[in-house]
Write a protein that binds this ligand. Sequence first.
Ligand SMILES: [Zn+2]
Ligand SMILES: [Zn+2]
Length: 267
Amino acid sequence: MKLTVVGCAGSFPGPDSAASCYLVQADDAAGRTWNVVLDLGSGAFGPLQRLCDPSDIDAIGLTHLHPDHVADVCGLYVYLKYRPSDPCRPARRTPMPVHGPFGTASRLGDMYGLEPGESLTEHLAVHPWQPGRPVRVGPMTLVPVAVEHPVPAYGVRVHGPSHDDPARTVTIAYSGDTDACVGLDELATGADLLVAEAAFVEGRDDAVRGIHLTGRRAGQAAATGGARRLVLTHIPAWNERDVARAEAREVYSGPIDSARPGLVVVL
Ligand SMILES: [Zn+2]
Ligand SMILES: [Zn+2]
């Protein structure tokens, strides 16, 4: 599997990054590359097009319905609905699967501003996550895990074939937005890669509970779960860049990276 950071700015797009969006890719036994997009936040649909043709996305997983995680589904919808026909690239025949919390379809429709009689379902097939129930996408399996945030929210474990040894299954765990919780520990357990948000800063926001992780809390989840590698993400533009990493380092001894657009992790 390969994870590419498309956007990693926390809470809103920053000067150097779109908001949350990650492309996860894996090849099946026939050599076909499958594309999963985790979150499609504000500003992310632009850089996503540098990485794959939007028509070729096999599934989208939305962790929750805050705009920094879903706003650019509107742009994707426009692309799918209005792209001129091209004999070299025929239009997609089936609606694109979108997995998200209960209420995703109506929220997307409201955001876009559907006209009377217009329905998203011609282009987007929206399915509510069922906690713990796996979703198959080619050689990958997505498992949503409920986490703690002011709105219904999920982290996602993605299981898929190792790049070097396709017979071996590897796991990417993505926190979405969450505070420390049982669900986060479940996500991190045994993960080859934990992509964890770290929007809050110890000494500034740590007394606020139920919304976000600090770098320290993200590091603790990685350590508790035995995650082999940690990527810290969802850092808002007003944070100093390396604070989260320094906090995580105090409690987690494995490799730590700060997410940046274009960062690629091959597992
Ligand atoms: Zn967020
Ligand atoms: Zn959020």
